[in-house]
Design a protein around this ligand. Structure first.
Ligand code: GLA
Length: 400
């Protein structure tokens, strides 16, 4: 007999963050009231992977899971920051005047790097006291780091009245990640964290840095988007990411274009013939996945049945698996299990080599698909996945 599907057993809901407790923690750490509380979310990318550093399109949503910062402005250049989830909550103290590219500041790099990036732009920067809490899973490819850098950037900008537009706030976050934390990311995660809107997905043109908010009302369509965290991460993920960036640049160079964005889809086959086999596959992924973003965006705009994006999700997964070679067995197992159990489409999301699979399902099938993923992972000897339902939510903002 089949086990009854108990949705609450397999699909979890994030633990809410207790804002009062965070403010109280701030007071006990720094013996002062915070000036305010800010929040910035993690993200999942619906489609368009490894296209953001190729000038292409991406289509993320901001999640309901977020990082919250209680912050107080200081008059000197000292930054003190503590997080409930890092270093047992210990306070890290740094001086903004000491921060240099290539320095080693641990997780605090994502915070202090924002101040460094602001100073580089000539903005007036003073220190801050910060207490953090977060329910964005760490190391799952859901951009906990962008949530951290962007909540910091938003708070700093608001408190010092920098009056920055959203794109610049996101850019400060990216500079912190790229130049101080040493993670060579594109701009997708930070833009998603800053610019997210409820019930919308963002089509981002990463070359023009423009965002089109597209309706993404899954609930209204009787759908759910499951995020299935494989709980596996490849130990060389950073090196592989950098290698894919390098291959993309190499392919663009050999094709005589500025970025792979400039390779037209129409003549793709003949263009790719000019490349050696490995670069051909890498370039094919980038160009076709960026095109799939545009196709998905057209579907969202047309008001057509959202289920129709399912095949695009599956194609994107196959492209990441076979051409860009950034999936791993635990991820492929989950993707296949989700589709076999009735998902309209599923794909890995994020940088790859572990992390999460997303699956578009009818609401009534969510529990069965989640259950099938858990069983498939266990049967294959992979870690038991953690599963939640993604809710397209608002971006970085002051909450108190
Ligand atoms: C990571 C990076 C992003 C993007 C994705 C892949 O999340 O931070 O900039 O390149 O990988 O799409």
């Amino acid at each position: 007999m089949n086990q009854p599907h108990d949705e609450t057993r397999v699909v979890s809901t994030p633990d809410p963050i207790d804002f009062d407790a965070l403010a109280a923690r701030f007071r006990s750490l720094y013996d002062a009231e915070p000036d305010g509380l800010w929040a910035a979310p993690g993200r999942v990318n619906i489609i368009g992977e490894h296209t953001d550093y190729n000038g292409g399109f991406v289509l993320p949503i901001a999640l309901a899971q977020h990082t919250v910062a209680a912050v107080r402005r200081r008059d000197d250049s000292v930054l003190r920051v503590a997080s409930t989830s890092m270093d047992d909550g210990a306070v890290v103290t740094l001086n903004l005047t000491d921060i240099v590219e290539g320095g080693n500041y641990g997780w605090a790099a994502y915070v202090v790097g924002v101040g460094w990036a602001a100073a580089q732009r000539g903005l007036p920067v003073t220190g801050l006291d910060i207490a953090l809490d977060s329910n964005v899973p760490v190391g799952a490819g859901l951009s906990s780091s962008a949530a951290l850098s962007c909540v910091t950037a938003r708070a700093w900008s608001d408190l010092l009245d920098w009056r920055l537009d959203d794109e610049t706030v996101a850019d400060l976050g990216r500079d912190a990640e790229n130049k101080i934390a040493g993670a060579p990311t594109g701009l997708m995660d930070q833009l998603a964290s800053v610019c997210g809107q409820e019930a919308h997905a963002m089509q981002i043109d990463t070359r023009a840095v423009t965002i089109e908010q597209l309706p993404f009302d899954l609930t209204g369509a009787g759908l759910a988007l499951l995020v299935i965290d494989s709980r596996t991460e490849h130990s060389h993920a950073d090196g592989e990411y950098a290698e894919r960036r390098h291959s993309s640049q190499e392919a663009a160079l050999r094709l005589g274009v500025r970025e792979l964005r400039d390779v037209p889809l129409e003549s793709l086959a003949t263009t790719l013939d000019k490349l050696p086999p490995l670069l051909r596959r890498r370039a094919r992924h980038v160009v076709t996945d960026s095109a799939r973003v545009e196709q998905t965006a057209r579907l969202l705009l047309s008001g057509d049945d959202l289920r129709r994006i399912g095949p695009l999700l599956n194609d994107s997964h196959a492209s990441m698996r076979d051409d860009y070679e950034i999936t791993v067995p635990s991820i492929d197992t989950l993707q296949e299990a989700a589709v076999a159990a009735g998902a309209h489409g599923a794909r890995m999301t994020g940088g790859g080599f572990g992390g999460c699979v997303i699956a578009l399902v009818d609401q009534g099938d969510a529990a069965a698909v989640a259950d099938a993923c858990v069983r498939a992972a266990e049967q294959a000897g992979h870690p038991t996945p953690a599963i939640f339902q993604a809710v397209a939510s608002g971006g970085a903002d002051r909450i108190r």
